[in-house]
Every structure is written in C-alpha cells, then in structure tokens.
Write a protein that binds this ligand. Structure first.
Ligand code: KIV
Ligand code: ZN
Length: 509
C-alpha cells in the first residue's frame, strides 16, 4: 500500500542487496572491540536475518583477525563472507587463506589521500588497481573494488579508475563517501554518471560525519545502485556508517524495493550488537530506539489509540521491525492514554478518579521525576481507594559473594506463588548476578529490557535509585523503581516490583 508518493524521479532497482560491515568498519568505532564468540554470534545473526554479504574483517591486519575471519568463513552461513584487503598481494593472500567468498580491495583515489597516504601518481593507482583485481580474480570468483574517498576524487579521474576496475574483472564497484561529505543531490548525480559510464554493478558505502549517511545511501539507490553497505546501529569510524535498520526500512517501506532482510528481526539484531559492543544507542534512534514507537503527548496518544497511523508512519509499524508501541507517562500525558494503560491491567477508574490520577501523574512528572508503571498503579489505587495485594514474588533473602578474585555470585530465597524457591546465579558483577538469580526463580521467560541507576545524593553513602523494565514472552513491558543505599538491594527490589506488575496482565508461571 503506497497511496502517497514520497520521492520523485527514482531509478531504484526492484531488489537491493545488503552488505554489512559491522564486523569490520563497525568494529573501527572508537571504544568497540567484539570478543571472538560475539563476532561469531553477530555473523550468525546477520546471515539469519538475510544479509547478503558480511564483511568479516581485515585478515592482513593481525593473526588474530585472520583467525577470526577464518572462523566466520567456516561457519557455513548462507551469507557470503568477504575480507578486506589493501591493494597488495599479501593482503589478498591473507583473505584467500581465510577462505572468504569475496575479496574487497581498496585504494585511495582522491588527491589528498593518494598523495598523503600512499604517495602514488594517478597513473600508478590505475596500474595497481588493474593488477590487484586481476590477481584476485585468478583466485576468487568475487571481487569488490573500492576507490577510497571516491566522493572527493576528481570525477573524471574516478570514472577512469572504475572503468579500469571493471575491465580488470571487479564483480562490483564500491563508491565510498569516506569522510561523509557528499550531499544526497550530488550522490545522485555521481551514481547516475558512474552507472552510465561504467559497466559494473554499483555498491555504496557512506559515513555519517554530517548525519547524511542514510540519506546519501538512499540517493545512491535512487540513482540505481545495486547494493548498500551498512552497519548495525550505524557503528563505524568516527560518526559511523549508514544504519542497517534505517536503510532497509527506507528502501522497503518508502521505495517499495526488496532487500531480503527479515525486518521483524531488526530490533533483536540491534539489541544483540548493543549488548556485544556495550555501546548504547540513543532512545530516539529511528526504527530500533526505545522511543521509536513511544507516545507521550495527550494528542498523539489519543490519536494512536484510535488509529496508529495518525502519529506513526503507517507504512512502518512496530510489528514490522520487531518493536512495540508504547504509551508513556510524562507531563504531556492525556486522559485517554492513562485510561488505556489502566484498563490494560484491569483497573477501571471513574471519570472523576481518572481526572485525579492524570493530575497527580502530571504533578509528579513536572517535578522532573520519571513516573514508572508501578508509580501509576500506586497513584491509581490510591485515587480509587483500592489495594491489590497479588504479589507473585516476594524476596526473603539475598546473599551476594563478590571480590577481586571471586566470580560474583548471588543466592536468593523467595516465595513464588506461595512456594519457597532457592536459586543461585553468577554474573558480570553483583547486580547482574542478583538480577539473574531473581529471574531464575520465575518459570516463564522474562527479559530485562532496561536498567538505569542514579545516585540521589552525593558521597559514597548516596542513595541509589534504580529503574528497571522487564518484558514477558508476549511483549508486555512494565517498569518499576526502588531506592536504597545498597544498590544491589535497590536493583533486586526494582526487579521484584516490575515482575509483580507483569503478573497483573498474566500470571507468571
Ligand atoms: O570508508 C571507507 O572508505 C572504507 C573503505 C575501506 C571502503 O571503509
Ligand atoms: Zn568506511
């Protein structure tokens, strides 16, 4: 369904392939280094969601990187595995010894990079390009060629470079906007010209220095590029690369072309990479961010309750990308949203009670305090003069062992549905161990979605305020908080409060 046209003069192909470079350019994000097992997990995920080619790394850079690429190449994934190589035989040999399906060779072509990084003349670069591609093609069926800093290269010369690459046997040519300076309109001109003058499929690799990576990638697609290079969560050098989820959703939902990506797994993929990289994305990140389908203002929430397309794109829904729609509580909240959130947990206030509840929520949040679901129910129960005491889990004891030579371990004793349970778990730290131990006594799968801790006062005895959100297997999400001068206890209490809220819509276990 595409009733309104959001673009003009598009030559987008019906299907576009996705080349993911999270494990290569993405790992060049300052501060990110994935562990061996994590890279295997990410590679499997990328292949499972339908990524066409995975750039697994730069094998010549170290023996560890070579082993890594080898391990990914031997997983037998559906995705093709690519290794990066400078235009040197030893780099290509390293890729070949890793057993990749595709070798990606690059050489700087802009005057600034050519003179200051490899110190070669324009003619020398043409010769190296031709020789290295011929060498790759003697040993490998697939060769991608990148003219590094293509967008700052003299375009007449760039066309000669790409023609040379195509004649030498490159199976796809890549146009990198290495320092993220091109604009969408210029990208469209450049790709159109390359498409006319070079006989080879075109791929595009955009950096986000000015926040234009996705827009520039889409312009390349509009001009007929066959493949897009992306990273999960937009990771990459400096400000990163074009984001996988955003690029795929624009191509599919706005342009109506297909990418073969299982879009309903985009959020899951983003979270996997966030967890592995320890690198949080902002809540406002398009498509996969926590707020991507959250509504706070009264007007928006009211509209969305009536018809979600009122204040969402409509051509992209939370279900399509594996997300969820959420009405949130804040000082702009309206009566409809509050009533809906209460009805969802079987609380049905009268109009007068609802007015009092909304007023209280607005007062609390205008003081700068986050109003969690637990706070809302407490406010509602007090306004309605009721008290529900249907706690599914009650903590009896929590013991923690930690130290510089011990694996943090937590043991808990808790009553769950009237029966006493004892459980122990280890974790990365005492809080992690405590939360895992609590989740261990809940029979149904419940996932921690959010953990946030603030120090309420200064000093080492500061009161810690912990807010936790949990999600059950049906996608119900609830948040709750607790404060204590012991952050492990505050975390445990917040978790138990959140689990007890889940029980309002579904009995756990
Ligand atoms: O940004 C860039 O130019 C690159 C190349 C290696 C393609 O990452
Ligand atoms: Zn790059």
């Amino acid at each position: 369904m595409r009733a309104i046209v959001f673009f003009v003069d598009s030559h987008a192909k019906e299907s576009i392939t996705v080349f993911d470079t999270t494990l290569r350019d993405g790992e060049q994000t300052p501060g990110i280094s994935f562990k061996f097992e994590q890279k295997l997990e990410i590679a499997r995920q990328l292949s499972d969601i339908g990524v066409h080619t995975i750039e697994a790394g730069f094998p010549a850079s170290s023996s560890a990187e070579l082993d890594m690429v080898k391990a990914i190449a031997s997983l037998g994934l559906d995705a093709k595995i690519c290794g990066l190589a400078r235009s040197k035989k030893e780099d290509v040999d390293a890729c070949l010894s890793a057993g990749v399906d595709m070798v990606h060779v690059f050489i700087p072509t802009s005057d600034v990079q050519r003179t200051h990084t490899i110190n070669k003349s324009r003619e020398e670069v043409l010769t190296i390009t031709s020789d290295i591609i011929s060498y790759v093609r003697e040993h490998c069926d697939l060769c991608m060629f990148s003219a590094m800093d293509a967008t700052r290269t003299d375009w007449d010369y760039l066309i000669r470079v790409f023609q040379t690459a195509a004649e030498a046997g490159a199976t796809i040519i890549n146009v990198p906007d290495t320092v993220g300076v091109i604009t969408p309109s210029a990208m469209k001109l450049l790709i159109t010209r390359i498409g006319r003058e070079v006989e080879c499929p075109i791929d595009v690799h955009c950096h986000n220095d000015f926040g234009l990576a996705v827009a520039n990638t889409i312009s390349a697609v509009e001009a007929g590029a066959s493949q897009v290079q992306v990273t999960v969560n937009g990771l990459g050098e400096r400000a990163g690369n074009a984001d996988l989820a955003q690029t795929v959703m624009v191509i599919e939902s706005i342009y109506g072309s297909s990418t073969g990506i299982r879009k309903e797994r985009l959020v899951e993929t983003s979270r996997l990479v966030t967890r592995c990289g320890g690198f949080a994305i902002p809540p406002t990140q398009p498509v996969v961010g926590e707020n991507a389908f959250s509504h706070e203002s009264g007007i928006h929430s009211h509209g969305v309750i009536a018809c979600s397309a009122t204040f969402e794109p409509g051509i992209m829904t939370p279900e399509m990308v594996g997300h969820r729609r959420r009405l949130t509580l804040g000082k702009h909240v309206g009566r409809h949203a509050v009533r809906q959130m209460l009805v969802d947990v079987h609380l049905e206030p009268s109009d007068k009670e609802l007015d009092a509840i909304v007023e209280k929520v607005k007062t609390v949040s205008s003081r700068g305090k986050r109003v969690t679901d637990a706070d809302l129910y407490e406010i509602a129960e007090s306004a309605m003069g009721i008290s529900t005491n249907d706690k599914v889990i009650e903590l009896l004891d929590l013991a923690i062992m930690t130290g510089n030579h011990a694996i943090p371990t937590a043991s808990i004793r808790a009553i769950v549905h009237g029966t006493e349970h004892v459980f122990s778990a280890t974790g990365n730290g005492p809080v992690d161990a405590a939360l895992k131990a609590i989740l261990g006594v809940i029979p149904s799968p419940v996932q921690l979605k959010e953990f946030n801790i603030e120090a309420i006062s200064g000093g080492s005895d500061a009161l810690g305020h912990v807010t936790i959100a949990v999600e059950d297997q049906h996608g119900h999400v609830f948040d709750a908080s607790a404060s204590s001068d012991d952050i492990v206890l505050a975390s445990a209490e917040a978790m138990i409060n959140a689990l007890n809220l889940l029980n309002r819509v579904e009995k756990i276990g």
